[in-house]
Design a protein around this ligand. Structure first.
Ligand code: URP
Ligand code: ZN
Ligand code: ZN
Length: 488
């Protein structure tokens, strides 16, 4: 009998707190040994000399096999979405299971289980999108979902068909707080967007390039501030997703300085693209329609700063793949008005490589910050740490081996998703995760997919309150000590 299923030798390992040179012994899906010059017998030995050996990425904001509120289905299913994630160095995805009005949460979760289990090639969980918080949903169904290990919920402050009002948001924050779950929010002011959209329609300005104007910065800033106040009122933790403005990130920084349990996320599109991509694409501008919209060059710099200093803890793709054809972005015909174009863009495969190339290799962030932003913070925040998100004895053997010298040119179709374009096409990046290992199994081997459909496992996640992620808070603000209904 072999001592190890897999031995990774000679690499430079980085975690969120450390870098060191060591060999990694893997047995029965787990890391069982870390040390120099490991010599035990192994079924397979990987030579990682000259490579970075990092925790597998955790992509915690992506839309896979999900119907939008208007019924448009994402162009990736759990097979193509997870394959593309794996090629980009990820070993876990946490997409959304979306409730539409009238649906029971049990039905929602069952639907997504049926989609994910037979297809996902890497481990997965879901965040539950709550759009219809009836009494039954709040009192019975959300607690049941939470018991099943789905410990984060997303709500929308915009999009007519799924948005909730402030009172409903308080109801959801309250349930989440009592159960130790984390609420995530899409923060944009719906009225401002609708008002601007009407003005643009009246003046005949409906081309894709007007999308950004229809989602003003103030819309995000107002909604982020309101969401923070609602969460603060209940002392509930809140994650503001896809932050696209400096003012929004500043509001998060301020709340955190005051000891509030507010977390923030941004995405590669806000750091590597601008409104000029949308405008410059002309009739193909719909490819760059996402919400919140692309901003400007100054915002890119601001968001880098907020990632560097920890105001924003998560860097996620918000992979929302809608092909630029009649099946998705052009379902209302060629040149659809911006307000009839599915919102979102792909990027699950290039999320981590873009940050490795432009962040770590260009000296904007350290390798430890790269690991935090692509893996460890998501594991901590979403209740998967230390099983996931680190390289340590006893953790799942989820590892990406990065060649820092490998140069990659992104083209419209170089990713392994089911898309017919990439918003990052034309960029040349350096560094690539050549080998990817999920629970000890090699799933990507130098450009070749080795995983089979359905080998990913559903991950039951721990409550947010037990993660210790907010343990720096003063005791009176620590939800684990100041629990739920006792406050009221
Ligand atoms: O435009 C985007 N981001 N579409 C995906 C859905 C969302 O709001 O995250
Ligand atoms: Zn959103
Ligand atoms: Zn999203």
């Amino acid at each position: 009998m072999q001592e190890y299923d897999l031995l990774i030798k000679g690499g430079r390992i980085a975690t969120a707190s450390d870098t060191f040179s060591a060999d990694i012994g893997i047995k029965d899906e787990k890391i069982t040994c870390l040390g120099t010059s490991l010599n035990g017998s192994a079924t397979r030995i990987i030579d990682a000399t000259g490579k970075w050996v990092l925790p597998g990425g955790i992509e915690s904001h992506c839309h896979i096999e999900q119907e939008s509120s208007t019924g448009a289905m994402t162009s990736d299913d759990y097979y193509t979405g997870s394959v593309s994630a794996a090629f980009g160095g990820n070993t876990t995805i946490i997409p959304f299971a979306a409730q539409h009005k009238g649906q029971s949460l049990a039905d929602v979760v069952k639907t997504y289980d049926n989609r994910a289990a037979p297809k996902s090639v890497i481990d997965y969980s879901y965040h539950l999108i709550v759009s219809d918080p009836t009494d039954k949903v709040l009192n019975e169904e959300l607690p049941a979902v939470f018991e099943a290990g789905i410990t984060s919920f997303k709500v929308f402050m915009t999009y007519d068909l799924i948005m909730i009002d402030d009172k409903q948001m308080l109801d959801i924050l309250d349930v989440a707080r009592r159960f130790g779950a984390l609420t995530m929010v899409h923060a944009e002011n719906n009225a401002m967007i609708k008002w601007m959209t009407e003005r643009l329609q009246e003046t005949g300005n409906e081309a894709a390039k007007f999308h950004g104007i229809s989602h003003p910065r103030q819309s995000e800033v107002e909604a982020i501030n309101r969401a923070i106040q609602l969460a603060t009122f209940l002392d509930a933790p809140l994650l503001i997703v896809h932050v696209s403005t400096n003012e929004g990130a500043n509001a998060i920084a301020q709340a955190r300085q005051e000891g509030r349990k507010i977390l923030g996320e941004t995405c590669p599109q806000y750091m590597f693209l601008t409104d000029e991509n949308l405008v410059g694409a002309g009739e193909e501008g719909g490819k760059f329609i996402c919400s919140p919209p692309l901003r400007d060059f100054q915002t890119q710099k601001d968001l880098w700063r907020h990632l560097q200093n920890g105001t924003l803890q998560l860097y996620s793709s918000d992979h929302a793949p809608y092909r630029f054809d009649e099946s998705a972005k052009l379902s209302h015909g060629p040149n659809p008005p911006f307000h009839k174009t599915a919102n979102g863009m792909p990027g699950i495969e290039y999320r981590a490589p873009l940050l490795f190339s432009e962040g770590f290799l260009k000296g904007r962030i350290s390798i430890q910050q790269f690991v935090e932003l692509t893996s460890t913070n998501a594991a901590r925040i979403f209740g998967l740490h230390p099983r996931k998100g680190t390289i340590a004895i006893g953790s799942d053997a989820d590892i990406a081996i990065w060649n820092p010298d490998r140069e990659v040119q992104i083209t419209e179709t170089s990713a392994h998703d089911n898309m017919d374009y990439s918003p990052f096409a034309g960029m040349n990046i350096k560094g690539w995760p050549e080998l990817v290992i999920n629970r000890g199994r090699l799933i990507i081997d130098n450009g070749e997919l080795k995983a089979v459909r359905g080998q990913g496992e559903f991950l039951r996640r721990k409550p947010f309150e037990t993660t210790g992620y907010i343990s720096h808070l003063p005791p009176e603000l620590d939800v684990s000590k100041n629990h739920g209904a006792e406050i009221l």
